[in-house]
Design a protein around this ligand. Structure first.
Ligand SMILES: O=c1[nH]cc([C@@H]2O[C@H](COP(=O)(O)OP(=O)(O)OP(=O)(O)O)[C@@H](O)[C@H]2O)c(=O)[nH]1
Length: 632
C-alpha cells in the first residue's frame, strides 16, 4: 500500500485528533500526518453490560469521543474541522473490559488478572468527516476496530508491585505500556503492536485508502440512505429503541446532526473490523470540489523544507530546559513556563505549541506536559538523555551547517566562519574551555550511552578477558560491557583532559568490577595491553595519515588471536545510506564515512582478518576483526 498518497489526501484538510494520548499523537506524527490535538471531554462511562462484545464498547466510545470534539468545535464557532479522529483502547480478559486503572490497587487488580494469560487488546477508531450546512454540523462516520492478542508471563508479586510503583500503568489501558517497561511482562503479541500502544495505524491507513481510493464504480455496493440495512450488518433495531437521531444515523449510516451526540445503546454490529457505513460513502476526494488530478503534495520535500525549523524548535526548547521544568513541575501553562525560563509569554507559547505539533509535548486544559519520549530522551537527567548531543548540535553543528554552502564551494570545514577559529584548533578549543569541553563530553556521552548496548551485543565478546576502549571518553560503553560480560576487565584510554572530567558521568551505583581509566594520547603513547581493542566513533573523524598511525599501533600491540571492534555507521556499497552518516559527512571533517568493503580493506591492510560486519539497524553498526595468527 502506498502510504504517502493516502495520508497526502489529508494534507489540505483540517484534521483534529480528539485524544490526549501522547502515544496516539506520536504514532500519527511519526508517519507525517499533520493534525491538531483537541482532547475529548467525553467521559468513558458507557454502560459496558449493554454491549454484546467488548470491541463494540471501544468503537462506540471512540465515536463519542470524536463526536464530542466535532460538536464542541462547531458550536464554539471555531472553524469546523474537516476530519476528527477518535480512538479508545481497552483490554478484554475473562469477558471483562479493563480500561485505565484509577489507582495502584486497581492497577494491581488488573495486572494480576492478566498474569500468565492471554488477553485481547481492542482499539476502536472513529474517523468523522465534518461539514457545516447552515448552522448545522453534518458528519459522516467511519469506524472500525482492531484486535491484538497479548500473552503475559507469570508475574511475581514483587515484579508486579515494582512495575506499579514505576508509575507507568496509570494512564494505560489494562495497566501496562507494552512500548516501555510493560514490554518486559509480555511473552508474545499476535497482531498489530501499535494497536496495543493505542492506535492501529495499518488498519487506519487501509481505511483511508478505502475512503479516498474507492474501488471502481461497478464494484461499489451503494446503500441508499433510506434503505433498510441488511441483517448481517445491523442488529435488530426494534428492541426498545425509538426512531431517534441515533436511529437515523444507524439506519441510514450517513448524516448526523449535532443533536445526535448523546451516547446511547449501540444498535449496530461492527463485525469484521470495518465500518458498515464505509461502502455507502461518497468518494471523499471529490467532496470539496478538489480534482483527483490535482498535483500530489510532495510531502517528503515539504518536510525537508520545514525540517530546520523543527530542529531549531527542539534545540531551543532543550537549551531553555523546557523539558526539565515540565518533567518536575508539569503540566504548566505557557505563562508559567515563560516565568520559569525567563522568556516572553507569546514566544514561549509559540514554542510550546510547536513542540506539541512535533509530538514532543502534549497539551491539555491543564497546560503543557512532556510526552514519554521527552522524559526519557530530552530531559537532561533522562535515562537515555540526548540533551548533551542536542546542545552540541545547536551550539556547534548548527553554526557549521549554516555555512554549508561555503563548505561545499570550498570543500573545507567552516570553523573559521562559524566560530572565528581555524579547524585545526578544534580539539584545542574543546580542551581549553571548560564549558566547551563539558559540552562536548556530554554530547559524546549521550550518544555512547544510547548506543552502548547495541555495540556491546553486536557480537558475543565473552571470550575476551581484557578490553581497552580507545578514546572511550566517559566510559559509557565500558560500563555496559562490564554489565554484559561480568568477567571482562575494561580500560578506557583517553586524553588526560578528558579523564580529568569523567566523574560527573559515572553511574551512581558502583559496579562490582569498576572501569579503569588511563590517560594517554593514542597517536603518541604506548597502548595498554588487551585482548580486545575498541574504536567507537573514532575512525570517521580522522584523515588517512592519522588512521595509519593508529591502526599500525594497534596492530603492533595486538597479539595473534586478539581482536579489534570498530563501531561506526557502515555505509551501503553505493555510499548513499544511511542518510545520518552521509549528512554527518557534510560537516567536512578530514575523516570520512566508509562502506563495509572499505572497512574490510582498511583493517586487512593492518593485519586483521576474519572481518565480520554487523549492521545493527540502530545508530551504530559494528565491525569485528582478529589479528592474524603468525604463519607456522
Ligand atoms: O500497551 C499500551 N496500552 C495502552 C496504552 C495507552 O492507554 C491509553 C488507553 O486509554 P484511552 O483509549 O482511554 O485513551 P486516553 O489516553 O485516555 O486518551 P483519549 O483522550 O483518547 O481518551 C492510551 O493513551 C494508550 O496509548 C499504552 O500507552 N500502551
Amino acid at each position: 500500500m502506498a502510504l504517502n498518497p493516502v495520508l497526502g489526501k489529508l494534507v489540505s484538510k483540517r484534521v483534529v485528533l480528539a485524544s490526549a494520548s501522547p502515544r496516539r499523537q506520536e504514532i500519527l506524527t511519526n508517519v507525517g500526518l499533520r493534525f491538531e490535538v483537541v482532547p475529548s471531554w467525553f467521559k468513558e462511562t458507557l454502560e459496558k453490560s449493554s454491549f454484546a462484545a467488548p470491541y463494540e464498547y471501544a468503537v462506540e466510545t471512540a465515536k463519542q469521543k470524536a463526536l464530542e470534539v466535532a460538536n464542541r468545535m462547531h458550536v464554539k464557532h471555531l472553524r469546523t474541522p474537516d476530519i476528527v479522529i477518535g480512538a479508545d483502547t481497552i483490554v478484554s480478559v475473562d469477558e471483562q473490559i479493563l480500561e485505565k486503572p484509577v489507582d495502584k490497587q486497581d492497577a494491581y487488580r488488573m495486572l494480576s488478572r492478566l498474569s500468565g494469560k492471554e488477553h485481547s487488546v481492542f482499539t476502536g477508531v472513529a474517523i468523522i468527516h465534518c461539514s457545516s450546512k447552515g448552522n448545522q454540523l453534518e458528519t459522516e462516520i467511519t469506524d472500525f476496530y482492531e484486535e491484538t492478542k497479548v500473552k503475559f508471563s507469570d508475574l511475581s508479586e514483587e515484579l508486579l508491585w515494582e512495575y506499579i510503583h514505576s508509575g507507568e500503568p496509570m494512564d494505560k489501558a489494562g495497566g501496562y505500556g507494552i512500548q516501555a517497561l510493560g514490554g518486559m511482562l509480555v511473552e508474545y503479541v499476535h497482531g498489530d503492536f501499535l494497536n496495543v500502544v493505542g492506535f492501529p495505524l495499518n488498519h487506519f491507513c487501509k481505511k483511508l485508502a478505502e475512503l479516498y481510493y474507492p474501488p471502481p464504480k461497478h464494484t461499489v455496493q451503494h446503500i441508499k440512505h433510506d434503505s433498510i440495512p441488511s441483517v448481517d450488518t445491523f442488529e435488530n433495531l426494534s428492541d426498545g429503541e425509538s426512531e431517534s437521531s441515533n436511529f437515523t444515523e444507524h439506519k441510514g449510516a450517513k448524516k448526523l446532526n449535532s443533536s445526535s451526540m448523546c451516547p446511547s445503546r449501540p444498535v449496530y454490529n461492527c463485525e469484521n473490523s470495518s465500518s458498515v457505513r464505509t461502502d455507502s460513502m461518497v468518494p471523499l476526494g471529490n467532496q470539496n470540489g478538489a480534482s483527483e488530478s490535482a498535483a500530489k503534495l510532495p510531502s517528503k520535500i515539504v518536510d525537508l523544507m520545514d525540517g530546520f525549523k523543527a530542529s531549531k524548535a527542539l534545540f531551543v526548547a532543550s537549551k531553555l530546559k523546557v523539558f526539565d521544568y515540565l518533567k518536575t513541575k508539569g503540566p504548566l501553562k505557557a505563562v508559567d513556563v515563560a516565568n520559569e525560563v525567563g522568556t516572553s509569554v507569546c514566544g514561549t507559547e509559540r514554542l510550546l505549541d510547536a513542540c506539541v505539533a512535533l509530538g514532543l509535548l502534549e497539551k491539555t486544559s491543564q497546560g503543557y506536559s512532556n510526552t514519554d519520549s521527552a522524559n526519557t530522551y530530552l530531559t537532561s537527567d533522562g535515562e537515555y538523555s540526548l540533551h548533551g548531543y542536542i546542545i552540541h548540535s545547536n551550539d556547534h553543528l548548527w553554526p557549521l551547517f549554516t555555512n554549508l554552502e561555503s563548505a561545499v564551494r570550498e570543500g573545507s570545514r567552516q570553523n573559521h566562519r562559524a566560530f572565528g577559529r581555524k579547524a585545526e584548533d578544534l580539539f584545542k578549543d574543546y580542551y581549553h574551555s571548560q564549558e566547551v569541553k563539558q559540552r562536548f563530553m556530554a554530547a559524546m556521552h549521550s550518544i555512547a550511552h544510547l548506543t552502548a548496548r547495541d555495540v556491546a551485543t553486536a557480537f558475543d565478546l565473552s571470550q575476551f578477558k581484557s578490553t581497552c576502549d580507545l578514546g572511550g571518553c566517559t566510559g559509557a560503553l565500558a560500563h555496559e560491557l562490564i554489565q554484559i560480560y561480568p568477567n571482562m576487565k575494561v580500560t578506557v584510554f583517553d586524553l588526560p583532559e578528558v579523564i580529568a572530567n569523567i566523574s560527573y558521568f559515572q553511574p551512581s551505583e558502583q559496579c562490582a568490577a569498576p572501569v579503569t581509566f588511563l590517560s594517554g594520547d593514542f597517536f603518541k603513547d604506548n597502548l595498554p595491553e588487551a585482548d580486545l581493542y575498541i574504536l567507537s566513533r573514532i575512525l570517521h573523524d580522522w584523515p588517512d595519515e592519522r588512521i595509519h598511525v593508529l591502526l599500525s599501533k594497534i596492530s603492533a600491540v595486538c597479539k595473534p588471536g586478539s581482536a579489534l571492534l570498530v563501531a561506526e555507521i557502515v555505509l551501503d556499497e553505493q555510499k548513499t545510506h544511511p542518510a545520518r552518516a552521509v549528512l554527518q559527512s557534510l560537516s567536512m571533517t578530514e575523516g570520512k564515512q566508509r562502506s563495509g568493503s572499505e572497512y574490510k580493506q582498511l583493517l586487512e591492510k593492518y593485519g586483521f582478518t576474519d572481518v565480520q560486519i554487523k549492521i545493527t539497524g540502530t545508530l551504530l553498526d559494528a565491525v569485528l576483526c582478529f589479528k592474524k595468527n603468525l604463519s607456522p
